[in-house]
Every structure is written in structure tokens, then in C-alpha cells.
Design a protein around this ligand. Structure first.
Ligand SMILES: [Zn+2]
Length: 165
């Protein structure tokens, strides 16, 4: 398992161009489409969604977001905030079962200055961590390898979600 997922450990900066600010929102674009696999959408709930990070910092890196395109915490209705956090908790449980990480970094980059790549649509990063993983950060240049790994992760996560019911 550790070997299978090793190609994932890559640097966003080294492999990906940051989207231009006027690009359409990739979360909304994915939600408007019906191919969740191609869009890496792992889960839709009435008010929230889960998208695999196309440029992961680590194995299993997910984004948990409200479905509505809102960029400020104050814009979220209580039900949206609650459901998004419930989904976040659920995804940690799913990743626990799939990957047994030693811990997580979970966080929200609020605004450009804080490093948000998509400042218009709130999304919480869920990054599984393993002891010693910072010692191993090779740059992956073969994009196909990354895409296959993302597809495999999508399959694992959605299968697990279906099992949970
Ligand atoms: Zn959006």
C-alpha cells in the first residue's frame, strides 16, 4: 500500500500552475457536470461536496466544500456549515479506514493572501499525514502516474462511502 501510493507525494508548486483568478470555479464546474469520476467528486450531499485534490500534497488529500459558491464564512447558512463539517468528519473516518494515517492537517485557506487557490469557493483541505512523510517529497513529472493514482483513490473512497451507506 505504501509503495502503491508513493507517487502521490508531490509538490503542488513543482507540478501545477495555479489557476488564474478569472477561471471558472472547478468545484461548481464539476458539480454542474454529471461525470463525478472525471471531476474527482467523491461525494455529494444536499449541501456539501467532496472533491479529490488534483494536486495533492499527500496521499488521500481531499477538499470538503459547501455546494454553494460562497467565499466567506459569514455567507454560509448554519445548515451549510454544519453539513460541511459533518461531511469533513465523515471523510476523516473514511480515510482512517482506508489509509490509517498517523494524523491530519485540516484547514481552510481564507483569501488569496492565505494561499487560497480558489478564493471564491470555501473549501477545507484534509491532508492525511504519516510519521516521517515530510522526509520523502519527490517531484513527480509523469502526469499519467498522478492521474491513475487519483482515479484509484476516487474508486477506493467512493467504494468505501457506498459500503458505509
Ligand atoms: Zn464555486
Amino acid at each position: 500500500m505504501e509503495q502503491l501510493w508513493a507517487p502521490w507525494r508531490l509538490s503542488y508548486v513543482a507540478t501545477a500552475k495555479a489557476p488564474a483568478t478569472d477561471d471558472p470555479c472547478f468545484i461548481c464546474r464539476g458539480l454542474a457536470d454529471d461525470d463525478d469520476r472525471a471531476n474527482l467528486i467523491a461525494l455529494r450531499t444536499p449541501l456539501s461536496t467532496v472533491v479529490l485534490n488534483r494536486f495533492p500534497y499527500n496521499n488521500g488529500h481531499l477538499l470538503v466544500a459547501p455546494r454553494a459558491h460562497k467565499g466567506q464564512l459569514d455567507e454560509l447558512a448554519p445548515a451549510e456549515l454544519l453539513e460541511t463539517m459533518e461531511t469533513l468528519r465523515r471523510m476523516v473516518r473514511v480515510l482512517d479506514g482506508l489509509m490509517k494515517p498517523d494524523g491530519y492537517n485540516i484547514g481552510l485557506n481564507l483569501g488569496h493572501a492565505a494561499g487560497a487557490g480558489l478564493p471564491g469557493h470555501l473549501h477545507w483541505h484534509v491532508v492525511p499525514r504519516w510519521h516521517g512523510d515530510t522526509n520523502f517529497m519527490p517531484v513527480v513529472s509523469d502526469v499519467k502516474v498522478i492521474v491513475q493514482s487519483l482515479d484509484a483513490l476516487w474508486e477506493l473512497v467512493t467504494a468505501r462511502l457506498r459500503e458505509e451507506g
